[in-house]
Design a protein around this ligand. Sequence first.
Ligand SMILES: *[C@@H]1O[C@H](CO)[C@@H](O)[C@H](O)[C@H]1NC(C)=O
Ligand SMILES: *[C@@H]1O[C@H](CO)[C@@H](O)[C@H](O)[C@H]1NC(C)=O
Ligand SMILES: *[C@@H]1O[C@H](CO)[C@@H](O)[C@H](O)[C@H]1NC(C)=O
Ligand SMILES: *[C@@H]1O[C@H](CO)[C@@H](O)[C@H](O)[C@H]1NC(C)=O
Ligand SMILES: *[C@@H]1O[C@H](CO)[C@@H](O)[C@H](O)[C@H]1NC(C)=O
Ligand SMILES: *[C@@H]1O[C@H](CO)[C@@H](O)[C@H](O)[C@H]1NC(C)=O
Ligand SMILES: *[C@@H]1O[C@H](CO)[C@@H](O)[C@H](O)[C@H]1NC(C)=O
Ligand SMILES: *[C@@H]1O[C@H](CO)[C@@H](O)[C@H](O)[C@H]1NC(C)=O
Length: 384
Amino acid sequence: MERPARLCGLWALLLCAGGGGVAAPAETQPPVTNLSVSVENLCTVTWTWNPPEGASPNCSLKYFSHFGNKQDKKIAPETYRSKEVPLNERICLQVGSQCSTNESEKPSILVEKCISPPEGDPESAVTELQCIWYNLSYMKCSWLPGRNTNPDTNYTLYYWHSSLGKVLQCEDLYREGEHIGCSFALTKVKDSSFEQHSVQVMVKDNAGKIRPSFNIVPLTSHVKPDPPHIKNLSFQNGDLYVQWKNPQNFYSRCLSYEVEVNNSQAETHDIFYVEEAKCQNSEFEGNLEGTICFIVPGVLPDTLNTVRIRVKTNKLCYEDDKLWSNWSQAMSIGQKANPTFYITTLLIIPIIVAAAIIVLLLYLKSTGRSMTSMRSKPKKKLTL
Ligand SMILES: *[C@@H]1O[C@H](CO)[C@@H](O)[C@H](O)[C@H]1NC(C)=O
Ligand SMILES: *[C@@H]1O[C@H](CO)[C@@H](O)[C@H](O)[C@H]1NC(C)=O
Ligand SMILES: *[C@@H]1O[C@H](CO)[C@@H](O)[C@H](O)[C@H]1NC(C)=O
Ligand SMILES: *[C@@H]1O[C@H](CO)[C@@H](O)[C@H](O)[C@H]1NC(C)=O
Ligand SMILES: *[C@@H]1O[C@H](CO)[C@@H](O)[C@H](O)[C@H]1NC(C)=O
Ligand SMILES: *[C@@H]1O[C@H](CO)[C@@H](O)[C@H](O)[C@H]1NC(C)=O
Ligand SMILES: *[C@@H]1O[C@H](CO)[C@@H](O)[C@H](O)[C@H]1NC(C)=O
Ligand SMILES: *[C@@H]1O[C@H](CO)[C@@H](O)[C@H](O)[C@H]1NC(C)=O
């Protein structure tokens, strides 16, 4: 035990301490100072700090940080960190200093700073605050009143996103049963990075009696497209060709489709899930701008077929793909099975058959009579 220590010697103590695996106070830096937190927009939370006092001059300082439960670890030279946080819950950041970006380096003692939700009774906050981006042209957010709320509470929704200079108030409030909602214009911006951003939303009341509620809506999800428009149905070589126009604002490759075919006579109801809509027939491609085509197999041509289509965003361009558009208007092709025609046929056939039988019977009877009379005549003659 004593030998290695003596070998090291006093003059090399610093060098040995590093490799010895004993506590290495010379290597851990002092903690960061002046950690503070602030909120911008509605819920862009920024933590800032100052470099530690008395750090080794040879250390090129880096900062290790993470949120509660070791989420989102980061090692970077900046003395700040930002995150969009729905401020419905308390969130804390822990920061330490170190001398490299190596994750195995032990950082200084971690300093923590938290931000708490706004004051107020949590039971008063609105619940189920959720937003849907319709047609990439307007966003509708709706919510339910909190449990501890006055029924005549007047709600206000505020929203912010990176293309706006400031937080705006939503004007278009509406009520839909239990739900209260508000809709505001939100158009797709040409800037390609726009969709990597989010919309920050906050709902509170005018009187300041309820606790504000927050939501962060990523622009790559919660998108509900407009329904498509069916352009044409046609039978070709025994197949049903369906052509439609996609909703504006969407690239075809970003959508998936569902084609519904109802056959009134067979009473079938078929749904075809279409990942990529394309007709093999080159006739349909190129000549019709923005028109999509799908061949429905196994459709009976001489009966009435009713077709509807709906679309949703897909994983190629969007993060979630749960919201279907409304169904398009229905379009029909084929012979309409006329119900009065059926009823007439059903009634007339037996009548005709019955009449025919009667006529036949009468005929047989009359011929029978004439036959007997003819037969009886010779008899008579014979008797005569
Ligand atoms: C911390 O903040 C105070 C007041 O702003 C300032 O005087 C002090 O120098 C700061 N400490 C460091 C290490 O920057
Ligand atoms: C810093 O590095 C220089 C040269 O590499 C060295 O001479 C000096 O002792 C180091 N200082 C500390 C505090 O480690
Ligand atoms: C990080 O540090 C460990 C041990 O200190 C070392 O083995 C590893 O090579 C280092 N990694 C890098 C990328 O420097
Ligand atoms: C969908 O967006 C397009 C293009 O912005 C617009 O012309 C159309 O009216 C929108 N549809 C609805 C239902 O708002
Ligand atoms: C909501 O607004 C209406 C009309 O402005 C007002 O009469 C009512 O008192 C308000 N409710 C509350 C809870 O402030
Ligand atoms: C539908 O498509 C068929 C086959 O291409 C064509 O003959 C017909 O004119 C089209 N109808 C309409 C309304 O475009
Ligand atoms: C097709 O049939 C299904 C199931 O019977 C029905 O729900 C749907 O409304 C029908 N579609 C049209 C366009 O009538
Ligand atoms: C979708 O259908 C519902 C119910 O019929 C209707 O209220 C709503 O306006 C429709 N939405 C669109 C975007 O067409």
